[in-house]
Design a protein around this ligand. Sequence first.
Ligand SMILES: [Zn+2]
Length: 152
Amino acid sequence: MRTCKKCGEVKELEKFPIIGRRTVEKPYRMYTCRLCHNKAVRDGFTPEKHKRYRNNRDINKIRSHVRKWRKNHRAHLYQYDKKRKNEKIKIEDGIFITRNALKERKRREKLVDAIVKKDLKDRGFHKEDITPELIECKRAHIKLKRELKNER
Ligand SMILES: [Zn+2]
């Protein structure tokens, strides 16, 4: 026996629609009786819709809570960010660098456009003369140099 959430009547389990089965013997049934459920579906309120609505509501609740918390803990967050910035990460045995330094290292490794551009500028190229083709060329050049260095 189960009490319907909608009408509050106590009914046989069979009167509640099955919405899932974990095992054949143990189907998972709704907490709304078939009559109420049918009525709800007729009114265009399917369980999926209800679920989506409930999830969205929960997400919005959490978001607003987080927003409020951040607002009330600004000083704390600022300290946290500062700490995080100065925190050293281990990259190799005995080598620790900051998060920012690690980011810069990755940029160098990947040879992003800005890095190649800076290299060209340092070698006396003017900003106007630096074309995408030139960057591509320089990137290949740097890669080749790195490979040669590794072979030695
Ligand atoms: Zn009912």
